[in-house]
Design a protein around this ligand. Structure first.
Ligand code: SF4
Ligand code: SF4
Length: 104
């Protein structure tokens, strides 16, 4: 067995980025800030600018901010493991990559 020790300390963890704001569309109305049930969003530092996520790791991904935005300027980025790709049963076709149509 090797004597080499493995370093398990976490050196750098990127914060989650649950939301992106389209600065061209956003009017800075802050309706999304008011809609967030956990007060995650803060008004932008400059009047008319998009809000900022104060605690991005705490986001519930509930979508209230997206629904409330009149300018469609908020985009929710779900974590990769939560992104499901639904396929309609009746349009599920055989493909060259998947020659056996799964039994439904
Ligand atoms: S998705 Fe929900 S929890 Fe996350 S910022 Fe929007 S309103 Fe707040
Ligand atoms: S609701 Fe939409 S337009 Fe208003 S501040 Fe939020 S992102 Fe900008």
């Amino acid at each position: 067995m090797s004597d080499k020790k493995i370093d398990f300390t976490i050196k750098h963890v990127e914060p989650a980025t649950p939301l992106t704001f389209d600065g061209e569309k956003c009017t800075g109305c802050n309706r999304c800030v008011d809609a967030c049930p956990i007060d995650l969003l803060m008004p932008g530092s400059v009047k008319g600018s998009p809000p900022e996520a104060a605690y991005p790791d705490e986001c519930w991904y509930c979508g209230c901010c997206v629904m409330e935005c009149p300018s469609k300027a908020v985009r929710l980025r779900h974590p990769l493991m939560n992104r499901a790709h639904w396929v309609r049963k009746d349009t599920l076709k055989e493909t060259p990559e998947n020659p056996e149509k799964p039994s439904l």
